[in-house]
Design a protein around this ligand. Structure first.
Ligand code: DGL
Length: 376
């Protein structure tokens, strides 16, 4: 009689084959994912939503209210307890500077009095969103985030992305990782710093870009992820105190272009501008008769901030030693020009204007204004 002798390796192979044929076994199965436990509502972070209007609410036949927008986000109650407030319901470019002051004061008050609040979300139209967001970035003094959200398609359009953007904004505002990053702009799954972001396309969804600096993070299906941090002063380190400010000083932006007339600068000065941002060509060029206008501004004690119109790049303050030497032979007019001229660093002209308005609520000292531009 022949005896069948099976080697141990063959036995192991047969055993594995049987297990495979028998289907999934506890021996080989992946550890089961823990069943999703509903988070008790009371322990969810609270997010306050302030609506100001914009395309996100601009439905044909009547604008969506803050309540309507809050209801448009399915599943929001998995992430946060939401409270809502209608601050305004207008296009972003219709918000007044007084409303900016009111909005910043309102958010500062909320943070001062509501310690259980995790974050604030503000909806805005996208056209001037970057200016409003930067204003809040510079004026809300609390570690908790202000997240500004908008949409490019209105609620009556196929592919409206407003509810998705708003939900992502709420998720960011509820996330402790969003603290101490200044104001954040959330659209199209991306988180950008209000300091660096700018609208780069009139129509496309991926319009908000942080120039060469890149986004701070993303909002993904599973979680909010931050990749980087900005290094300038934000949150509790901002120095602008709006509690006694009832009006922002007038600051205008004037573009440099070939053969530009200096009389526009004179007109701004004569109309009461306390500061002018020159959107200079390249690293500082003016054109036409603009130098005459700038001399007039200096004579009248109006500050000039130079900010490049190139879209990115930095205007550096003059080196301390060079002007000192050059000033020895300078005329009185040149000295005065120097005394009222500030380098805008890497801020775009519209952002430089926001910063100059705030700087002028604190000081009329040129070196202080330059310091502010270098620190924010
Ligand atoms: N383009 C929109 C904005 O930036 C305005 C649309 C509207 O709300 O009327 O605000």
């Amino acid at each position: 009689m022949t005896r069948l002798v099976l080697r141990p390796t063959v036995l192991l192979a047969i055993a594995l084959l049987c297990l495979h044929l028998a289907g999934p076994s506890p021996l080989f199965a992946q550890p089961a994912a823990p069943a999703a436990q509903p988070v008790p509502a009371a322990s969810l972070p609270r997010v306050h939503f302030v609506a100001t209007g914009g395309t996100i609410s601009n439905r044909d036949g009547g604008r969506l209210t803050a309540e309507d927008l809050a209801k448009s986000m399915p599943g929001v109650d998995r992430y946060a307890r939401l409270t809502v407030e209608q601050f305004a319901n207008v296009a972003s470019s219709e918000l007044t500077l007084k409303q900016w002051l009111g909005l910043a004061k309102r958010i500062n008050d909320l943070y001062a009095t509501e310690k259980d609040l995790a974050g604030v979300v503000v909806t805005s139209g996208t056209d001037t969103l970057e200016e409003t967001a930067f204003f809040l970035h510079l004026t809300v003094k609390d570690p908790r985030p202000v997240v500004v959200v908008g949409s490019m398609r209105n609620p009556s359009t196929l592919g409206y992305e407003g509810a998705a953007n708003l939900l992502e904004g709420v998720r960011v505002a509820a996330d402790p990782a969003a603290r101490n990053k200044g104001a954040l702009v959330v659209l199209n799954d991306e988180i950008n710093s209000a300091r660096n972001v700018t609208k780069t396309d009139a129509l496309r969804l991926q319009t908000f870009r942080s120039r060469e600096y890149g986004q701070l993070g993303v909002v993904d299906r599973d979680r909010v992820v931050f990749f980087s941090q900005i290094t300038q002063r934000t949150n509790e380190r901002v120095e602008f105190d709006l509690s006694k400010v009832t009006e922002l000083p007038r600051v205008d932006v004037i573009m440099v272009y070939q053969g530009a007339p200096g009389d526009l600068i004179k007109a701004a000065v004569d109309s009461g501008a306390k500061g002018i941002v020159m959107a200079v060509a390249g690293a500082g060029a003016t054109s036409g008769t603009q130098q005459e206008g700038l001399a007039y501004a200096a004579e009248k004690g109006v500050f000039i901030v130079n900010s490049t119109r190139a879209g990115s790049g930095r205007i550096a303050p003059p080196r301390g030693d060079v002007p000192a030497a050059a000033m020895a032979n300078a005329t009185e007019a040149q000295r005065r020009r120097r005394q009222f001229s500030v380098a805008g660093e890497d801020h775009t002209p519209v952002k430089a204007r926001v910063l100059l308005m705030l700087a002028l609520t604190r000081t009329n000292d040129r070196n202080e204004i330059q310091r502010i531009f270098s620190e924010y």
